[in-house]
Write a protein that binds this ligand. Structure first.
Ligand code: BES
Ligand code: ZN
Ligand code: ZN
Length: 495
C-alpha cells in the first residue's frame, strides 16, 4: 500500500473515492467539495439535504459521481462537533473512512485532511493522525480464518494544504511506523497461548534484534535461577512451557538518556492453583500485552531511531496449576532480597515484575516504565478504556499523561498513600502479594511493585488490564487486542 501526500484539485484526483470530512456545526459543505458539487450538478448538496446528513460523528453520505470526475464516489464523513474535535477525532475519522472504502471495494482513496483544518493542531499532525487512524482501522486478525477478505488497498492519498506538504511528508511516515508497530503488538497479543509460549516470545524478540540491530540476551530457567529471580521462577514452575527472560537493548551512538521498559509477559494466566473460574480465564492470552507492547515499541524505535538508549525487559512465563506449581503461603525471595509471602497465586504478574524491576534497577537507567495487565481492580476503578498510572516521579508521570492526551490512549493517575501501604504487610514475610482487602487493588499492586524499584530512579507503572484488550471493539480498535500503549511510549521516547 502506498501512502502519500497530495495537494491538487479534488476533481482531478486519480482515485476511486474521495473522502471529505464534515462537522456537525457546518451549514454548508466544505469549500473544496462545493466546487465538486457544482461540477456534479449539485448532487452532493441535494443528497445531503435529502438524507439529512448532519455531520454527526460516524454518519456517512456516499455520493456516486456517474463518471463526471475520475473518482467513482465522493463520501462525506461526519466527525461531530468542531468544539470537541481533536487529533483522536481525526484517527476515528480515518478508521471510519477506511472501513467504508473496504465496503465500497475502492482500493485507491483520497482522504481530504484539508477539510479538517478547524481541528486545533499543526497541519502535519492532522495528516499523521489520519494515517494512524486509517491503518489502525484497517487492522484485522484473520490469520486463522480459512476464508479471508482478500481486499487490499493500493493507494491512500493524504490531501493537505500546500504549505503543510513538506512537513506532512515526514509526519505521515511517523504515523505509518507508529500504526504498524501498534498493529504488530495487536497481532502478538491476539495469538493464543498454544502459539505464543515464553520460548516463542523470546524468538520473536531475537528476530526483532536481528532485523533492527538491537542487542539481545535471552536467559533460560537455569540462568534465571542463578540471577536470583526466585519470585519469577516460582510463577513459571507450574507450566510445561519453560520461562524465558528477555533483555533487548537499543543503543544509539549519541544517547542523551537511558530508559528501561518492563512488560508483563504472562503468555497465559490460568490463575495457577488459585485457578480462575472459566469466565475470568477467558481472554487471559492477553496477559502478555505489556510484553507485546514493549516489542511493538522496539519495532517503532528500530525505524524511528530516537537518541535515547532503551532497554526492553520481559520476564516471560505461563501461570498454570500443577504438582510443581507454587502455592498460597509459599515464601519467595526476590532478586533484591525482599521476602514475599504468597497470598494468591493469581496475583502472579507482580511476582514476575518484582524480579524484572530489580533487574531493570540494576541497570541504573534514568527512568523505568513498566506496563502490565496487572489487576481487575484497575478496570473496576477506571473502566475498561483507561489505564491506571502510578509511580514515584511526578514529572515522568505528568509527561506520560500529557502525551496520552495527544495519542488518545487514555491514562489516569491513581494515588499511592501510606494507609494502603499497610495493606500489603504479610504475616511472615516483608510483603504480601495481595492486599488485606479488595479495596484499592490496583494501588496495592502498584505499591507492591514499589518494593522492587530502586527509589533513586524515576519510575512509572501503567496498569493496562482494561484498555489492552476489548471484547466489543472500540473506536479504531476491532475486537481483541488494541496495541495500547505503544504510541504513547514511543512519543515519549521521541521527546
Ligand atoms: N492478569 C490478571 C489481571 C487481569 C484481570 C487482567 C482482568 C485483565 C483483565 C492478574 O494476574 C490477576 O489475576 N489479578 C488478580 C489479583 C488478585 C488475586 C489480588 C485480580 O485482579 O483479580
Ligand atoms: Zn493472575
Ligand atoms: Zn495475570
Amino acid at each position: 500500500m502506498e501512502i502519500k501526500v497530495v495537494t491538487g484539485k479534488l476533481n482531478k484526483a486519480k482515485v476511486k473515492a474521495i473522502f471529505s470530512f464534515a462537522f456537525s456545526e457546518d451549514r454548508k459543505i466544505h469549500n473544496d467539495v462545493q466546487e465538486l458539487d457544482k461540477q456534479l450538478g449539485n448532487i452532493i448538496s441535494n443528497l445531503r439535504r435529502e438524507q439529512k446528513f448532519d455531520g454527526s460523528e460516524g454518519k456517512m453520505l456516499v455520493v456516486p459521481t456517474y463518471g463526471k470526475i475520475p473518482a467513482d464516489y465522493v463520501v462525506l464523513v461526519g466527525v461531530g462537533s468542531k468544539k470537541k474535535a481533536n487529533l483522536d477525532t481525526i484517527r476515528r475519522a480515518g478508521a471510519n473512512s477506511i472501513k467504508k472504502a473496504k465496503e465500497l471495494k475502492v482500493e485507491k482513496i483520497l482522504l481530504n485532511v484539508e477539510s479538517l483544518s478547524p481541528v486545533r493542531a499543526p497541519g502535519s499532525k492532522r495528516a499523521q493522525a489520519m494515517v494512524e487512524g486509517a491503518l489502525l482501522g484497517n487492522y484485522s486478525f484473520d490469520k486463522y480464518l480459512s476464508k479471508k477478505d482478500n481486499f487490499k488497498f493500493k493507494n491512500i492519498d493524504i490531501r493537505v494544504k500546500r504549505s503543510h506538504k513538506l512537513e506532512s511528508e515526514e509526519t505521515i511516515e511517523v504515523g505509518r511506523i507508529l500504526a504498524e508497530a501498534q498493529n504488530f503488538t495487536r497481532d502478538l497479543v491476539n495469538e493464543p497461548g498454544n502459539v505464543i509460549t515464553p520460548v516463542k516470545l523470546a524468538e520473536i524478540a531475537e528476530d526483532l534484534a536481528k532485523e533492527y540491530g538491537f542487542e539481545v540476551k535471552i536467559y533460560d530457567e537455569k540462568q534465571i535461577e542463578k540471577m536470583g529471580m526466585n519470585a519469577y521462577l516460582a510463577v513459571a514452575r507450574g507450566s510445561a512451557n519453560p520461562p524465558r527472560f528477555i533483555h533487548l537493548t537499543y543503543n544509539p551512538k549519541k544517547a542523551k538518556k537511558e530508559v528501561a521498559l518492563v512488560g508483563k509477559g504472562l503468555t497465559f494466566d490460568s490463575g495457577g492453583l488459585n485457578i480462575k473460574p472459566g469466565d475470568y480465564m477467558r481472554w487471559m492470552k492477553m496477559d502478555k500485552a505489556g510484553a507485546c507492547a514493549v516489542l511493538g515499541i522496539f519495532k517503532a524505535i528500530g525505524e524511528l531511531k530516537p537518541d535515547v538508549k532503551v532497554h526492553g525487559i520481559i520476564a516471560a512465563a505461563e501461570n498454570m496449576p500443577d504438582g510443581k506449581s507454587y502455592r498460597p503461603d509459599d515464601i519467595l525471595i526476590a532478586k533484591n532480597g525482599v521476602s514475599i509471602e504468597v497470598g494468591n497465586t493469581d496475583a502472579e504478574g507482580r511476582l514476575t515484575l518484582a524480579d524484572a524491576l530489580c533487574y531493570a534497577s540494576e541497570l541504573k537507567p534514568d527512568a523505568i516504565i513498566d506496563m502490565a495487565t496487572l489487576t481487575g481492580a484497575c478496570v473496576v476503578a477506571l473502566g475498561e478504556y483507561t489505564a491506571g498510572l502510578m509511580g514515584n516521579d511526578e514529572k515522568l508521570m505528568n509527561n506520560i499523561q500529557r502525551i496520552s492526551e495527544e495519542t488518545g490512549e487514555w491514562i489516569w493517575p491513581l494515588p499511592f498513600n501510606d494507609m494502603l501501604r499497610e495493606h500489603i504487610k504479610a504475616p511472615s514475610a516483608d510483603v504480601h502479594n495481595i492486599g488485606s482487602t479488595r479495596y484499592g487493588g490496583a494501588i496495592t499492586a502498584g505499591l507492591f511493585l514499589e518494593k522492587f524499584v530502586d527509589q533513586k530512579i524515576p519510575w512509572a507503572h501503567l496498569d493496562i488490564a482494561g484498555p489492552a484488550h476489548n471484547t466489543k471493539g472500540w473506536y479504531y480498535h476491532p475486537k481483541g487486542a488494541t496495541g495500547f500503549p505503544v504510541r504513547t511510549i514511543v512519543n515519549l521516547l521521541l521527546k
